[in-house]
Design a protein around this ligand. Structure first.
Ligand code: PHE
Length: 507
């Protein structure tokens, strides 16, 4: 049997999981969603979703992750199996919790490679020269063209994709402690430092005009509360940013030492993530764009999506500053570090699946995982619509549904009392039982309602598509699920044999 690694230190563990959660979601996706859905109107559902869904699920994933780790499992295939005596159906259901991060990683890593590419292009002063204009469309134009040419994809883009894949490969090959934990120990402090620096630059620019951008986000109001779309997007953001609903937190939790207080660790993870999202993330992109182009331009700019804000609007704004190339470099380096610590986390569930369930060696597990991701990253680079389609299905729909499955299995089927006992055994914090009732009843109702409204509103238009590339993306998605399901069933025998063996030697 492979020996499972443990995180070396408490700080390392917390930084690694914070690195898992803190990613492009905090610095790019959050501000563009907030801008698109009206700033303060978005934040009310956002905070409600955080408390009713995000925090409870975070604690669940930590608890079950630790519990499963003690039994030698880290991937959702193994974890769900563990709860149902390794019945095939449970393991297949768990495969969804491996498919989601794998699919997300396939495009996430490609976007990560853009951030590295743009960081270098900024450093070597190869970015377009800024146009002085109050008209945002005009000012952003050179950067739009530059971005289009880059992601066409250009040879530069392809080169940086290969470099990014190699970096991930190398770190993952070094394992949990020497790879992931070490990267987080260097990366997280740098992320916080660069984030605060850029936030300060953005807010203070043009005589603190950037503050208006922050006010726009924090102008809390209830105008979005009746719009299901805002709820879906806000909840989707909570799942995405906290890395929930796909076993990415659970897999990290499975490597904790026996005595670790996982409830505290969960609170730390959520706390650090939210600080980097609603304080730092809110203080950079939107304020910078506000300072440069005034308020009317913002929803306009956000409409064109996350990439527009990060890769076109932001460089257009930052390059106007004195030493603009340097600030732009720091911006993309910040994005790269945040993305890197997340792409490692998106790959680890698959590695854990191969190691824990198939009993493959670490090297073989990492190699096969990275080959799959390399294939997916190429599809993201060369097949139009692939990124959006996979992001929608894996990064939004499947995430919500799997979150629901997690609650049903780990709280209802495991039993509210059992879950509560597991909870209090694992922490020195006093947790009221009411918290478990919120997890058991409020969180699932919340998820069901959101999915329900969303389904009623747009379902047919979502399901029916005619573009061949979108159909291809969906077929590919099904293929990945099928592949992982086959592994789930095949590895069952290996796991059961191992269990029998364990029984014999412990008798
Ligand atoms: N939470 C990460 C982000 O905000 C994305 C992510 C999701 C990472 C799931 C790992 C697992 O960018």
């Amino acid at each position: 049997m492979n020996k499972r690694e443990n995180w070396k230190s408490r700080v390392g563990l917390i930084l690694a999981t914070a690195g898992n959660a803190v990613g492009l979601g905090n610095i790019l996706r959050f501000p563009s969603k907030a801008a698109l859905y009206g700033g303060g109107a978005f934040m009310v559902p956002y905070f409600i979703a955080f408390f009713l869904m995000g925090l409870p699920l975070m604690i669940i994933e930590w608890i079950i992750g630790k519990y499963a780790g003690k039994h030698g499992h880290g991937s959702m295939t193994g974890i769900l199996g563990l709860f149902f005596k390794h019945a095939s159906w449970a393991r297949v259901l768990g495969s969804f919790g491996v498919a989601i991060p794998l699919l997300i990683c396939m495009y996430y890593i490609y976007i990560e490679s853009w951030t590295l590419g743009f960081a270098f292009l900024s450093l070597f002063q190869k970015m377009p020269i800024p146009m002085i204009s109050d008209n945002p469309q005009e000012a952003v134009k050179p950067y739009v063209e530059f971005f289009r040419a880059y992601t066409n994809p250009s040879i530069t883009a392809y080169t940086f994709l290969i470099i990014t894949l190699a970096i991930n490969w190398l770190i993952l090959q070094r394992g949990i402690v020497k790879g992931i934990e070490l990267t987080a120990k260097i990366g997280m402090p740098a992320i916080i430092l660069f984030g605060i620096l850029l936030g300060f630059i953005a807010l203070s620019s043009r005589d603190w005009a950037g503050l208006e951008g922050l006010k726009f986000i924090y102008n809390l109001n209830f105008s979005g509360i009746k719009d299901p779309k805002v709820w879906i997007e806000a909840s989707g953001q909570i799942f995405f940013t906290l890395s929930l609903g796909m076993g990415a937190i659970a897999v990290y939790a499975s490597y904790v030492k026996k005595r670790e207080d996982v409830v505290k660790a969960g609170l730390w993870t959520a706390g650090i993530n939210e600080f980097i999202e609603v304080v730092i993330g809110a203080s950079i992109a939107i304020p910078a764009a506000f300072a440069m182009f005034s308020a009317v331009a913002i929803p306009e700019l956000a409409k064109e999506g996350t990439f527009r804000l990060g890769f076109m609007t932001m460089p257009a704004v930052l390059m106007n500053f004195p030493l603009g190339w340097l600030i732009s470099f720091i911006w993309f380096l910040l994005l790269f570090l945040a993305a890197l610590t997340s792409s490692l986390a998106l790959t680890q569930p698959l590695i854990a699946l191969f190691e824990d369930e198939m009993k493959w060696s670490h090297t073989k597990s990492v190699t096969v995982s990275m080959i799959l991701i390399t294939i997916g990253a190429h599809l993201s680079a060369f097949v139009p619509n692939f990124i959006d389609e996979i992001d929608f299905w894996a990064g939004c729909v499947m995430l919500l549904l799997f979150g629901l499955i997690e609650i049903i299995v780990f709280v209802w089927i495991f039993g509210i009392n059992n879950f509560y006992n597991e909870l209090i055994q694992n922490t020195s914090l006093k947790i009221p039982k009411a918290f478990v009732y919120v997890i058991a009843f409020v969180s699932p109702v919340f998820i069901v309602l959101i999915t329900y409204f969303w389904v009623i509103k747009d379902f047919t238009s979502i399901i029916l598509v005619s573009e061949p590339t979108k159909i291809f993306a969906r077929i590919f998605l099904l293929f990945i699920i099928l592949f992982l399901s086959i592994i789930a069933v095949k590895s069952r025998k290996i796991v059961l044999k191992d269990l029998r063996y364990l029984k014999v030697i412990t008798k």
